[in-house]
Design a protein around this ligand. Sequence first.
Ligand code: TXA
Ligand code: MG
Length: 366
Amino acid sequence: MEKGKCTELKLSITKVFYIDQNNPDLHLLNLAAIKLLEGGLIAFPTETVYGLGANAFNKEAIDGIFRAKKRPVSDPIIVHIFTITQLKDVASCIPDLAWKLAEEFWPGPLTFVLKRHPRLPSNISAGLDTAAVRMPNHKVVQSLLELAKVPIAAPSANLFTRPSSTLAQHVLEDLNGKVDIILDSGPTSIGLESTVIDLTQEIPTVLRPGGIQLNSLRKIIPFLKLDPKYIKLNKSKEVSSSPGMLLKHYAPKAKLILYTGEPVDRVTAHMIETALQHVKKGKKVGVLTTKEEYVYYKDLPVNIFVLGSVCKIEEIAHKLFIGMRELDNKKVDIIIVRSFSNEGLGLAVWDRLFRAAEGNIINVTF
Ligand code: TXA
Ligand code: MG
């Protein structure tokens, strides 16, 4: 494919196979593995979000992923593996630290950026000499990897810039007719993507906070750096040196307004005021909130989605993309939400909210 260009994608019929992850139907998974080896696209659940997979050694199939997602070809894709020995098939010059981290965190939501093995087609990593690799912790994708006997290249199974898919229904909404088979195993457990750590730099650097928390990584790498990039779409030069770190990402169709500040009741008062102003102007308003704060919004003329308890950041993470998509389906014009603690998994929640808001934050102060 010519750099920067996406040719039209042929439409096909998308089949949905329901797979019980506690008792996976090997016949259906075998059909999916065969389709994958024929160059098809298979969407599957992982513990983080749904992935849109192709045979990682098939250049044309990988081109198909970029077309299906309308993803810029400058945004590299993660390779998923089943066994630790497969790491040597997709990466070269693997540092000791990678083996150590793999032993501790794999299978799990941690992705390593390493030197790319020459056998992997270069379009998988946008022409870079690196490749991102992870071993997912979900029975369905593990069975698919085992049956196909090849690593699987897979970004999240959503259209470019949209919230990642955490339900098979989300995959259908974005990619119906563009993916051959969707393996539906219900909601993904974490609900946010993996942590991406670059192990090719002198100081290991987290490029994207995610399912594995910084505290856990710092037990092994005390000098770990955190350097997520937030790049506006038109700054194309920077994009090529920091692939996939666009500011607008994981975004609902509605404009999302993110509130920060303290105390929470003052922030809430601002949010209510903004909501009512927009309603007065004839806009349809959505609110993402918590069980504890629901009471403040319940009598307002707004659409409310409850993410979970304010004390359980994993509930908020699990429901974040579901909430954004549900409010989009209700055709709201504006979504208002406040930030939560950015401790632990909260850092990844903050990162996704910040990108969904395209950096538009209202900081409430006294
Ligand atoms: O949890 C996940 O990571 C999910 C599941 C399906 O595994 N995948 C996922 O893929 O979120 P994607 O493509 O939506 O996000 C991958 C991120 C992007 O920010 C991309 O730029 C970055 O990883 N990435 C991939 N290869 C890279 C590389 N060689 N160098 C730097 N960043 C890379
Ligand atoms: Mg993605």
